[in-house]
Design a protein around this ligand. Structure first.
Ligand code: F2R
Ligand code: MG
Ligand code: MG
Length: 349
């Protein structure tokens, strides 16, 4: 598929939903035997024949708000996006939201609220959230804006509606950039892909707020750059165990412990892996591998799904999986509208 083709946009949006839906089964599990992952994924073919459906969680619920807001407003509108987050939460509060972000979503629904960024700034005694909730819904920014500078700017602002800590919103920028590069075929050259992400993040993290947050949280000066260097080191190794991936990159709910991990999963699964069925294509390998890490599986698989889906395109996504994941058919259609926005196709054009 060509750069930013409809197939790539569909692949990204749909595979993110699949990652969330299939990953939900193992979210929070400390150890996930590969057999359980393969059994779970095998059962999707059976469920597609019957009435089984895997529900999406907060990851997709919020990403759908981002998509609808970008489409309706034909660009980024923080008031509209904040209103959609609040409305979605009050309509379906049981989608497994993070325990902190719930306070923000409640405050965002107040008609008296003047500054939509204030509730996020008040989180965690004014330090803001470093959770991965901004990153998990950042992919649509890469599917709506062709310029990387817009992708970075709006992914940051979109994340800051709930995550004001730099370790939260910088994770969203990284995730959106990875989807943007993948959409343009950058995963054909994995070494260049990771080097480009590192050099972009060098610039993003060259900022006083980032240095201050990193100091407070006892992280490296440029925390995401440091993790991306670890990704590059792991890529260069022949054999890497699940335990090593978890200890080097993490599998947790913080953006720092999940966005670089998702990127690694995509890179690691570009080639067939001994532990995974030969019948699997690259996208299936990626999602299976994310699930086998345990921890924040729905979110890591959702983010990796978006990056991998933009690389393999919709042809790489198993139809049976689409049929049994809530919201996946909708994503196929929304991707078409995003494609028109991305390429600035006039209505009816
Ligand atoms: N919340 C979950 N999963 C756990 C329970 C779900 C289960 N299915 C159920 O229904 O019980 N998953 C979802 O949450 C993650 C995204 O979270 P988000 O939006 O970032 O939320 P929040 O609350 O802002 O941050 C998450 C937690 O991180 C810690 N934290 C963040 N910033 C902090 C800070 N500055 N200081 C201290 N702690 C901080 C807190 O523990 C937050 O609660 C995704 O996995 C999504 O799938
Ligand atoms: Mg979730
Ligand atoms: Mg999660």
């Amino acid at each position: 598929a060509g750069p930013a083709s409809l197939s790539r946009l569909r692949g990204a949006l749909v595979a993110a939903v699949l990652g969330d839906c299939v990953g939900g089964e193992f979210e929070g599990a400390e150890e996930v035997p590969l057999d359980s992952v393969l059994k779970h994924l095998d059962s999707l073919d059976e469920e597609a024949k019957g009435s089984g459906i895997l529900e999406y969680s907060d990851d997709t619920a919020m990403a759908r708000c981002v998509v609808q807001s970008l489409l309706t407003r034909a660009g980024f509108d923080e008031q509209d996006m904040a209103r959609r987050f609040a409305k979605e939460y009050s309509a379906s509060p049981g989608r497994g939201y993070g325990s902190g972000v719930i306070q923000v979503l409640k405050k965002l629904s107040s008609p008296q609220l003047r500054d939509v960024y204030q509730p996020a700034r008040d989180q965690f005694n004014g330090r803001g959230s470093f959770g991965n909730g901004g990153a998990m819904r950042a992919s649509p920014f890469a599917l709506a804006f062709p310029d990387l500078s817009d992708v970075k700017r709006f992914a940051r602002l979109g994340a800051m509606l709930t995550h004001s800590c730099s370790l939260g919103y910088n994770g969203a920028i990284l995730q959106a950039m990875a989807v943007h590069l993948s959409l343009h075929g950058a995963l054909e050259l994995p070494q260049q892909f990771i080097s480009r992400l590192i050099s972009e993040m060098e610039e993003v993290e060259d900022d006083e707020l980032t240095r201050m947050d990193a100091r407070i949280l006892k992280e490296a000066d440029k925390p995401f750059c440091e993790r991306l260097h670890r990704v590059r080191d792991l890529m260069g190794r022949n054999k890497v165990s699940i335990e090593e991936v978890i200890s080097e990159l993490g599998n947790g709910i913080a953006a720092l412990h999940s966005v670089p991990t998702a990127i690694f999963c995509v890179l690691h699964c570009l080639q067939p892996r001994d532990c995974l069925p030969v019948s699997y294509g690259g996208l299936e390998r990626t999602l299976a591998y994310c699930l086998a890490l345990g921890g924040d599986t729905d979110t890591i698989a959702c983010m990796a799904g978006a990056i991998a889906g933009a690389h393999y395109g919709i042809e790489g996504v198993p139809q049976a999986w689409i049929r049994c994941c809530e919201g996946a058919e909708d994503a196929v259609m929304s991707a078409e509208r995003l494609y028109m926005l991305y390429h600035r196709v006039p209505p009816g054009g």
